[in-house]
Write a protein that binds this ligand. Structure first.
Ligand code: NAD
Length: 250
């Protein structure tokens, strides 16, 4: 029960890593505020959490909208009396292709979803965590843009690398407030984002030392560590959970 009595926001909770985290955090005693665009899928995750006795509310919306981050915090404070942590996890690769040929609109959309959303989250979440006397913020970054430059993923890499810089600055700006801020860097993970082409999965698996992709639940366990007090001395870190992708050179 690593999150007993704690209220946690999770974005991107309708599928993949976010949905797995919702189930795991609830089993660890958290009150949850789940966000993503697809309300029906969010409700499905919430039903599973409730069936297991968990406390959860959902608020569908788009993380590109500044008001949405504020709404999630308002719901947490109104329904559960405060906010203790946030797993800001929603993300998209956008359309893949070389930077020299990329539509500017795609660049802006990928930056808005993955990085500017984090700015909006921080602006709403930091004051709420201060009201609570501290807490933990986690952003889902990626091995892409940190230990690997994958062709076709320039906008995504730039956004995910940006999250690491943002985490570091927030960590030093709010360490004295008892607020920890960390980036989580998963390796290739079997979610909607990775598609379901077996050949592509085999190729991605081969890039990792463990010669497989992660299950979303394995990344959720790392998120639980960062969100909970188990990581009480970790802040400003870029935590790699990549199955050895970054150290595998053959
Ligand atoms: P996923 O596609 O299953 O989940 C993405 C989630 O983000 C979904 O809930 C989706 O609805 C939500 N989302 C996307 N755009 C949104 C928007 N504009 N507003 C609100 N919600 C939005 O994939 P996933 O792998 O679980 O992705 C979770 C995070 O992990 C992402 O930030 C992704 O970049 C990151 N990541 C994934 C991998 C991987 O290999 N799957 C590797 C490293 C990092």
């Amino acid at each position: 029960m690593m999150l007993e009595g704690k209220t946690v926001i999770i974005t991107g909770a309708s599928s993949g890593i976010g949905a797995a985290s919702a189930k795991l955090f609830a089993r660890n005693g958290a009150n949850l505020v789940l966000g993503a665009r697809r309300g029906e899928l969010l409700e499905k995750v919430a039903r599973i959490v409730r069936e297991e006795g968990g406390h959860v509310i959902v608020e569908a919306g788009d993380v590109r909208d500044a008001g949405y981050a504020a709404r999630l915090v308002e719901r947490a404070e109104h329904e559960f009396g405060g906010l203790d942590a946030a797993f800001n996890n929603a993300g998209t690769t956008g359309a893949l292709g070389p930077i020299a040929e990329m539509e500017a609109g795609n660049w802006h959309e990928v930056l808005a979803t993955n990085l500017t959303s984090a700015f909006h989250c921080a602006q709403s979440q930091v004051p709420a965590l201060k009201r609570r006397g501290g807490g933990s913020i986690v952003f889902t970054s990626s091995f892409v843009g940190y230990t690997a430059g994958l062709p076709g993923m320039g906008a995504y890499a730039a956004a995910k690398a940006g999250l690491i810089g943002l985490s570091q600055v927030l960590a030093v700006e709010h360490g004295a407030d008892g607020i920890r801020v960390n980036a989580l860097l998963p390796g290739g993970t079997k979610t909607e984002m990775a598609g379901n082409d077996p050949e592509y999965h085999e190729f991605v698996a081969g890039l990792h030392a463990l010669k497989r992709m992660a299950e979303p639940e394995e990344i959720a366990r790392a998120a639980l560590f960062l969100v909970s007090d188990q990581s009480s001395f970790a802040t400003g870190s870029a935590m790699i959970v990549d199955g050895g992708h970054s150290v595998s050179k053959f």
